[in-house]
Design a protein. Sequence first.
Length: 184
Amino acid sequence: MKKETIIKPSKPIIVKGILGCMIKLNKNQIDYGNLESKKELKGFREQTKRHITIVGDKTLTKIENVLNKFPVSERKNKIAKLKSILKNLEWKFLQKDIYLINKKKYLGDRKILEHRKSYVRLIDMPDMYYFYHKLNILLKTHISAQLPHITLFTKGENPSREYFGISIPSKAAFKKLHPKKIKI
């Protein structure tokens, strides 16, 4: 698959709370470049729960905190509008560059300090920014959009493979991780 191919995935699904959502992907929708044959992958495992996070845990908490300030009927109306926007966008994307992220100290979901690494592919997904634009207008907030990306391979110290990923809730958070661009 060429990285210039426009991919139109399935619609986002709510997986947590009122608006925590992601788009599930099939392996054939992802271009791994030449990573599968690289020596650098020693000890890495392919991400099997392939997805694009639209609203992750940290962002969901911010959204829920704002929504809880509205009266119940207004809150329900805003949630319905946001879900309608999610459902009606196309969520097409183009695959861009691959990066290695090396997070030496990570206090993960289980509050265990550990070392994690990930290979991620950034994607161009205009609907991500449109959704957050509409969300911020509706809620009168300034919540940053999730950084559109797909985690390809992970490596970590937590015995549960489920916790090997590295949260990347925004462009600013991505830059703080000091990602290294990979030649593919």
